[in-house]
Design a protein around this ligand. Structure first.
Ligand SMILES: Cc1ncc(COP(=O)(O)O)c(C=O)c1O
Length: 282
C-alpha cells in the first residue's frame, strides 16, 4: 500500500483527503516539484527545494515546511515506499478558503507529497531517439514558476501524442523556449544551445546538471534561444527532465534531425550524466 504525506502526517493514499474548497482544486492555486530518487537517495534535492521556495515566492505563498523539514519528510516518505528508484511529487496549495480570486488571510497552505516507482523508459528512446513536433507556446508568461496549472502543457503534450510524437517543442515569437514537460537543447556546429533562464522557461534542475557537466568537460554550451530556422538546421536536438534525464530527438515535425540517430554530443553528455548519477551527487 502506498503511503503519502498530507499536512504533517503520513497515511495510506486512499485515506488522504483534501477539501473541495482547497484553492488548488478550485483555482489551480499551487506549485509543485518532482524529484528523482535513485537507490533510495534523492538526486539534486537541494536544487529542487530551492526552486520550490522560488515558486512559492513567485506566487506569494508561505512555505509550510523548512528546508530541513522537507528533507526529513521526503527521506521518510521514500523509505516508507520501499526505497529503490522513485519519483517524489511535492505540492503546496494556498489552502482551504471560500472561493475568491483574492488571496484569503490566515489560511494554512496544504502540503502534499507522494512517491511512486520511477518508470523505466523504453530502451529505444536512447538507442533510436524520440520524435517531437513544434507547436506555438500557448502557456502563460511566468513559466519560471512551477505552478500546478498545467492545462496548456497537457493540451500540448496530448497534441504531440496524437501526432505520434513523445514531446512538443514550443516556439514563442519564432524562438524555441522549451518542451511541454522538459527543457530543450539544439546542437549547432558542436555548440549546445539552450534558452536562458528567464520567465519563458522552467529553470530545470536537469538542465543545470547538463550545463555543469558540459562546462567541466570542455563542451561548449551557450544559454541562448535558437530560432525556428536554427532548430530545423541543428545537427542534434535534445530534451531533459528529472524523470526522463536527457533524451535525443531524432525526428522533428516528421523530418530526421541531423543523421536521424542520437548524435555524438548527446552520447557524451548521457555518459557523463549517468556517471554523475552513479556517484549519487546530491
Ligand atoms: C515545462 C518544463 N520544463 C522543464 C522541465 C524540466 O525540469 P527538471 O529538469 O527540473 O525536471 C519540466 C519538468 O517537468 C517541465 O515540466
Amino acid at each position: 500500500m502506498q503511503d503519502v504525506f498530507l499536512n504533517g502526517d503520513f497515511l495510506p493514499a486512499e485515506q488522504a483527503k483534501v477539501s473541495v474548497f482547497d484553492r488548488g482544486f478550485l483555482l489551480g492555486d499551487g506549485v509543485y516539484e518532482v524529484i528523482p530518487v535513485y537507490a533510495g537517495k534523492c538526486f539534486q534535492l537541494t536544487g529542487h527545494l530551492i526552486r520550490l521556495q522560488a515558486s512559492l515566492d513567485g506566487v506569494r505563498m508561505k512555505n509550510p515546511l523548512s528546508m530541513k523539514e522537507w528533507q526529513t519528510m521526503i527521506e521518510q516518505l521514500v523509505e516508507r515506499n520501499a526505497g529503490g528508484d522513485q519519483s517524489v511529487y511535492l505540492q503546496v496549495t494556498r489552502g482551504v478558503a471560500p472561493r475568491d480570486h483574492v488571496f484569503p488571510e490566515g489560511v494554512h497552505p496544504t502540503a502534499f507529497a507522494m512517491s511512486n516507482s520511477l518508470q523505466a523508459l523504453p530502451e529505444k528512446y536512447k538507442t533510436e531517439g524520440i520524435a517531437a513536433i513544434t507547436l506555438p507556446d500557448i502557456r502563460w508568461q511566468n513559466f519560471n514558476i512551477k505552478a500546478i496549472t498545467l492545462l496548456p502543457n497537457s493540451l500540448l503534450k496530448q497534441q504531440a501524442q496524437d501526432a505520434g510524437a513523445q514531446e512538443a517543442l514550443l516556439l514563442r515569437d519564432g524562438y524555441l523556449t522549451e518542451g511541454a514537460a522538459s527543457n530543450a537543447y539544439a546542437v549547432i556546429d558542436g555548440i549546445i544551445y539552450t534558452a536562458p533562464k528567464d520567465e519563458k522557461v522552467l529553470p530545470g534542475i536537469t538542465r543545470e546538471v547538463v550545463l555543469e557537466l558540459a562546462a567541466r568537460n570542455g563542451i561548449p554550451a551557450i544559454e541562448q534561444a535558437v530560432s525556428e530556422a536554427q532548430l530545423k538546421q541543428a545537427q542534434e536536438v535534445w530534451v531533459s527532465s528529472s524523470t526522463k534525464e536527457v533524451l535525443p530527438i531524432t525526428t522533428l515535425d516528421g523530418e530526421a534531425v541531423g543523421d536521424g540517430v542520437p548524435g555524438p554530443v548527446w552520447k557524451q553528455i548521457d555518459i557523463l550524466y549517468q556517471q554523475y548519477k552513479q556517484q549519487g551527487a546530491a
